[in-house]
Design a protein around this ligand. Structure first.
Ligand code: FES
Ligand code: FES
Length: 154
């Protein structure tokens, strides 16, 4: 059975008809057409699907699209500042925080929420904030350095 909802993704409204059991991740990827958020485990384990829902980082694979009706959703595509990369996106590139890139969208979303709430985190605080995001390439040192550099640059 389908349900009519409206998702607001990166400031744009999308009226959609969704299956009641469809995840937010599936819906954003297949119906909204934004594929930056990745499906890794599909079980709230890896963080590759992380989105901000009303500013809060959430594993979108385990969140129903119908639950997000009317919420403000931000995906990795919404983090850039116009045509420019965000500071975090740039420091991920500069500090070697990206290897295969599969975890990167989720890392960027979680790190964005961290720096909004704590603009000057310690390395330990960065590691704790990103503990729900797994990097199969194990490039954690570069990722932490990238977040620290973004914090330094404000
Ligand atoms: S795909 Fe959602 S947590 Fe892994
Ligand atoms: S860069 Fe490959 S999974 Fe993190």
């Amino acid at each position: 059975m389908s349900t009519d909802i409206t998702l607001t993704v990166n400031g744009e409204s999308y009226p959609l008809s969704v299956d009641a059991h469809a995840s937010l991740l599936q819906t954003v990827r297949s119906q909204v057409g934004l594929t930056g958020s990745k499906e890794g485990c599909d079980d709230s384990e890896c963080g590759a699907c992380m989105m901000l829902i009303d500013g809060r980082p959430v594993n979108s694979c385990s969140y129903l699209a119908v639950q997000a009706d009317g919420a403000e959703i931000t995906t990795v595509e919404g983090l850039a500042e116009g045509p420019e990369l965000s500071t975090l996106q740039r420091t991920f590139l500069e500090k070697g925080g990206v290897q295969c890139g599969f975890c990167t969208p989720g890392m960027l979303v979680s790190a964005t929420a961290l720096l909004r709430d704590n603009p000057a985190p310690s390395d330990d605080e960065i590691r704790i904030a990103l503990s729900g995001n797994l990097c199969r390439c194990t490039g954690y040192d570069g990722i932490v350095a990238a977040v620290a550099a973004a914090a330094e640059q404000g």
